[in-house]
Design a protein around this ligand. Structure first.
Ligand code: NAD
Ligand code: MG
Length: 400
């Protein structure tokens, strides 16, 4: 049995991971559960799964959890600090890590596990968007085994040859006969909404994705299609694509989860029901296919599959992300940071849906991008400065 750490255990991916673990109880020992501040949820997860360790980012939540666990004589040890969490992730007590914290908050812990050469199940796309080349270099030099969990990247991985699967970050796509990676996206809940209604979109409408059930931030990102933009950058790093080798295709039914087009004309697609337990079971099974409890796809009661090109006027965030991808690492870090602030502000009713793209664009335009060498410290500084810049723009009411 491998020892598993689940970062972001109380979230949507965390709970799907725990369900896959419960279906396959002999594969993983749940050694660490980590989350931010939801004490009640973490308390019930600790009661149910009895991890050796639990970690809460928020210090008040940490104290509350420890108190609650003590009252029921639980053996779970609540870690004292982020430093202890990073040390544990790098220690012999952990073999595999589900990286499912939302946002840039997941970068340090994911990278700690990468540097220690662990098996990484990567759901936290923002970590890779923020640190691209550094992340992939660390995977290579530490010998960490990286598995893409994001459904599109998992689909692409499944459609690639073993040689390409084993050289993530440095794939020679054309040498292996790949013409293009086709990244599919549903277009989210507003694919058919009249454009003049976009500024009235409410948070409740934006978090209701037609096909997938997910956390709030990624649901809003899906509605603006920033999610597809982040995934574009994620794919660029994972599969070492050049611009002409990566294309976004809108596929509203989310039956195909992405495809690889080969130079002989073949297209290999991975398809199935839209349920994250499928890619999670794929990565957790390693070389074996394991049970996920996801229903088989029903070909006789399915919608017709349709495809179209993305509309950048409707989804300016997607264009901003693709452009940032080719400007460089500082631009993608800035894009990600300002988007995190924008999504939060939208969910809190501070800005309109259409102002998400406007805010990201403004922060990108005013960022200097003049740090010559990218270190993680420099990227964290850009992340911080971009978030502050976004907050100032909101507070000063500078958005249209
Ligand atoms: P979620 O909001 O449901 O859960 C987020 C988790 O992160 C929670 O457990 C929260 O406590 C934890 N967290 C937040 N800040 C933290 C911090 N500072 N320290 C420790 N833990 C912290 O989000 P989700 O939908 O599960 O998404 C998680 C990640 O997976 C995101 O990066 C998302 O883009 C990616 N992803 C999600 C899906 C999906 O279907 N939900 C699909 C593909 C990729
Ligand atoms: Mg995805």
């Amino acid at each position: 049995m491998k020892n598993l750490a689940i970062l972001g255990a109380t979230g949507s991916i965390g709970s799907s991971t725990l369900r896959v673990c419960a279906t396959n109880p002999n594969l993983y020992q749940i050694t660490l559960l980590a989350a931010c501040r939801s004490v009640d949820k973490m308390f019930s997860l600790c009661r149910l799964h009895q991890p050796k360790y639990a970690s809460m980012y928020c210090s008040e939540a940490r104290l509350n959890l420890r108190e609650k666990l003590r009252n029921v004589s639980s053996k779970t040890i609540v870690l004292d600090s982020e430093h202890e969490l990073l040390q544990l992730l790098a220690s012999n007590e952990i073999d595999s890590v589900m990286a499912a914290i939302v946002g840039g908050a997941g970068l340090k812990s994911t990278l700690a596990a990468v540097h220690a050469g662990k098996e990484i199940f990567l759901a936290n796309k923002e970590a890779l968007v923020m640190s691209g080349q550094l992340f992939m270099d660390a995977v290579k030099s530490s010998g960490a085994k990286l598995w893409p969990v994001d459904s599109e990247h998992n689909a692409i991985y499944q459609a690639l040859s073993a040689t390409l699967q084993e050289t993530l970050g440095y794939c020679d796509l054309s040498g292996q006969g790949v013409r293009k990676i086709l990244l599919t996206g549903s277009g989210g809940p507003f694919i058919n909404k009249p454009l003049n209604e976009f500024s009235f979109i409410t948070p409740q409408q934006a978090v209701r994705h037609p096909n997938w059930s997910m956390g709030k931030k990624i649901s809003v990102d899906s509605a603006t299609m920033m999610n597809k933009g982040l995934e574009y950058i994620e794919a660029r790093w994972l599969f070492n694509t050049r611009a002409e080798q990566l294309q976004v295709i809108i596929h509203p039914q989310s039956v195909i989860h992405s495809m690889v087009q080969y130079k002989d004309g073949s297209v290999i697609a991975q398809m199935g029901n839209a349920d994250m337990r499928t890619p999670i079971a794929y990565v957790m099974g390693g070389t074996q296919r394991i049970e996920s409890q996801v229903d088989s796809f029903d070909f006789f009661n399915s919608p017709s599959l349709t495809f179209m090109a993305p509309d950048f006027q409707r989804f300016p965030c997607l264009k901003l992300a693709i452009d940032a991808c080719y400007v460089g690492q500082q631009a993608t870090t800035t894009l990600n940071a300002s988007n995190e602030v924008a999504v939060d502000a939208f969910l809190n009713g501070q800005i309109k849906f259409t102002q998400i793209a406007e805010l990201v664009e403004r922060v990108l335009n005013q960022s200097k991008c003049n740090i010559p060498e990218c270190s993680i410290e420099a990227l964290l500084e850009i992340d911080l400065q971009s978030k502050l810049a976004a907050q100032v723009i909101i507070e000063q009411g500078l958005l249209c």
